[in-house]
Design a protein around this ligand. Structure first.
Ligand code: TMP
Length: 208
């Protein structure tokens, strides 16, 4: 039996990491073999590309280059890691995937969804996540959470408030276009409330 592919999306500080660990533990407790991964990255080559993408000194990076590097890392990720794991019956949970390219490059960088779609089709040939969780919350709350963690910011985290408003809006727009694939979670609720919704979705996936 093929495994299932789950992706997590959201703006910075929306709780993806905490809930990624929660999903992994929940699935493992039900005897499922889980591969946890992330984008950009997830493979040795992809992690090198991630380094290029997040490096703050690369302020001259053109939006087209950024988009193509995202998809170059993704092509390697799909072929080397995701598809083989799914074929072995494992479930794959990825911290971000193609919806992030629509939100960050398509909307926030202003490229438009129509520039992303042909590249997605070329790289993925119809391959899509079975379920995408969108952790949605007001940008100020997420930014305050990120600031309270301290540490270095990357090239994307340096962006301004309106950039992230566009990212947030694009995720919600994507979810409206294909509601069956997405679960939009109000990440400003308590962790328990968010996780109850995650469980309901995972249960449905298990039974599907
Ligand atoms: P992370 O902070 O969730 O690890 O993701 C790294 C950054 O990369 C994040 O700011 C979102 C951005 N990103 C894109 O701009 N496009 C993409 O396709 C992906 C996967 C991530």
């Amino acid at each position: 039996m093929q495994g299932k592919f789950i992706t997590l999306e959201g703006t910075e500080g929306a709780g993806k990491s905490t809930n990624l660990a929660f999903i992994e533990t929940w699935l493992q407790a039900r005897g499922i073999d889980v591969v946890v991964t992330r984008e950009p990255g997830g493979t040795a080559i992809g992690e090198k590309i991630r380094g290029l993408l997040l490096d703050k000194s690369h302020s001259e990076m053109h939006a087209d280059t950024e988009l193509l590097l995202m998809f170059a890392a993704r092509a390697q990720h799909i072929q080397e890691k995701i598809l083989p794991a799914l074929a072995e019956g494992k479930w794959v949970v990825s911290d971000r995937f193609t919806d992030a390219s629509y939100a960050y490059q398509g909307a926030a960088r202003g490229m438009g969804f129509e520039r992303i779609a042909p590249i997605e089709a070329w790289v993925q040939q119809g391959f899509q996540p079975h379920k995408t969780f969108i952790f949605d919350l007001p940008i100020e709350i997420g930014m305050a959470r990120v600031a309270s963690r301290g540490g270095q910011t990357d090239r994307f985290e340096q962006e301004r408030h309106d950039f992230f408003e566009k990212v947030r809006g694009a995720y919600l727009q994507r979810a409206e276009l294909a509601p069956a694939r997405y679960a939009v979670l109000d990440a400003s609720q308590s962790l328990e409330a968010v996780q109850a919704q995650i469980i309901a979705n995972l249960q449905a996936l298990l039974e599907a």
